[in-house]
Design a binder for this molecule. Structure first.
Ligand code: ZN
Length: 286
């Protein structure tokens, strides 16, 4: 467990980065971290996250009662408290309004397509929690549906929320979401978004295990394998949109047939022809 003074310094630094990168404007956003078993260290309300000092932070208990600090805790404290209640292993929570990801949240478009291997292995999918009035009890209620199965989500017409096993882990997921949103937007503007197949998504899920990446729930890329909602109607897997592949790999199949002596199976393609063939196959799967 890091010392309180280093956690205060980390919150100041993450606030500075969020503001510098344009993830927050004015006094938006908030950051919190567990301080031992029953206390939280949290950004105060009504301060710009780009210009905080370590002494500004508040300490609260897990019910949000202020224990220490000259300022009042964040206006979005209820959302943070709900995350810590639902996810005992989570140590830190970050909330911001990164413009591209928030654009998707405003448009009602979740970031749940199988596009980038890196995002699939870390966050899986990024759903949208239903719209709720900020700082009211509605917001934790909306977040509750997805938080058990996801480390990051969009908040409809509002922003994004990420969690982690430490402050930087939670913050980097916010960076990943905004980066992914930018790439998705560019691909859609270019008019084509080639998705990874379900089979490839499942391979990436296996990689999670071999790289020791902790995920709160498995990825569901195949609707027929989708795990139903939990008892309270909450998500139990990370639903990802991915087309069904044919289960085999084009090149491996050709090589196998050639090795088996099927001369009719032999085809000769230039690299360019092969790329075009693969592109065609992917397009036909969409
Ligand atoms: Zn907000």
């Amino acid at each position: 467990m890091s010392s309180e003074s280093s956690l205060r310094a980390d919150i100041v630094e993450i606030g500075r980065r969020m503001y510098a990168r344009g993830y927050t404007a004015s006094n938006d956003g908030n950051i919190s971290v567990r301080l031992g078993a029953d206390r939280l260290l949290m950004t105060p309300k009504s301060v710009c996250k780009g210009f905080m000092t370590p002494d500004m932070m508040c300490i609260t208990d897990l019910d949000g009662r202020k224990l220490q600090g000259d300022r009042d805790p964040s206006s979005e404290m209820l959302m943070h408290l709900e995350v810590y209640r639902q996810r005992p292993e989570v140590q830190a929570v970050v909330h911001a309004h990164p413009p591209t990801a928030t654009g998707f949240a405003v448009a009602g478009i979740p970031l749940d397509r199988a596009v980038l291997a890196e995002v699939l292995t870390t966050l899986g999918s990024i759903p949208i929690a239903e719209y709720a009035t900020p700082s009211t009890k509605e917001l934790p209620d909306a977040v509750r549906k997805y938080i058990k199965a996801h480390d990051g989500m969009l908040l409809a017409n509002h922003g994004a929320l990420t969690v982690g096993t430490d402050l930087y882990g939670a913050y980097y997921k916010m960076e990943t979401i905004e980066h992914f949103a930018k790439i998705s937007l560019v691909a859609r503007l270019l008019g084509r978004e080639n998705l990874l197949s379900r089979e490839e998504v499942m391979r990436l899920q296996e990689l999670r295990g071999s790289y020791g990446i902790q995920a709160p729930a498995p990825i569901c890329a195949d609707p027929s394998m989708e795990i139903g909602p939990g008892a309270a109607g909450d998500a139990t897997c990370q639903t990802v949109q991915a087309p069904k592949g044919d289960g085999s790999r084009l090149v491996a199949d050709v090589l196998r047939r050639a090795a088996e002596g099927h001369s009719e199976g032999e085809i000769r393609l230039t690299y360019g022809e092969l790329s075009a063939l693969i592109e065609d196959a992917i397009r036909s799967l969409r």
